[in-house]
Design a protein around this ligand. Sequence first.
Ligand code: ZN
Ligand code: ZN
Length: 252
Amino acid sequence: MKETTIPALKKTSAAWSSPLLTAIFPTPCCACGEWLGKEEKITCAVCSEMITPLPHPRCPRCSTPFTSEFALTESPTHLCGTCRKSPPPFDLAVSGGEYAGPLRDLLHAFKFTQRPDLAQPIIKLTMGTVAVPDADMIMAVPLHPGRLRRRGYNQSLLLAMEVGRILDIPLSIDDLARIRPTRPQMELKHNEREQNIAGAFKVMHPNRVDNKRVLLVDDIYTTGSTVRECGKMLKQSGAREVFVLTVAMVVL
Ligand SMILES: [Zn+2]
Ligand SMILES: [Zn+2]
């Protein structure tokens, strides 16, 4: 499996990068709310420094950090308890950092405060060290049309567009669909999530994913139930490999 890391973006939108505009109209840090300095973009230097990659060692399948630093010393392919108990349908899941602190606040601002413009800087901030598997196509975990209408954008699709653009992977926007509304996974207990999401997705054009390596993008990896369900449908439709990329992972 070939892997690539997403290089830092060369250009950022003038809206948050113009020193003149920043000097005249200071903007707050999207994570902590402090006014940004001249050189700071969407998060202040303190918050930016706190956004770090997931610690090692991690599960080689789902990237959950192990609590013991020696977990992989004896056996580098040792999987976490969840992956051993219930092998995921995806081949590899990678994530930009822990869903905590400034990264959580930043994703919250992106998702719930009408800031679709944060997709690009979020990818820039979190993906620099993430080894993304090489794929034939990229797609986002879809939103149900009702929620898409209310929010106005699918945050995962904006992230997928950005990653696809940087890695030059063709984006699919209509191959995976959410065919029924579900409650937000974050509101549910662990054992309710699988049931909530079961049967929620459909692969609309199985011939397009057949024998393909699919990179599936979502904003947050909580228990993995959502991407597991998507991965299952993609594999059933013939996808050769399914990789998952999330900006942040909930680490318990
Ligand atoms: Zn800050
Ligand atoms: Zn695992």
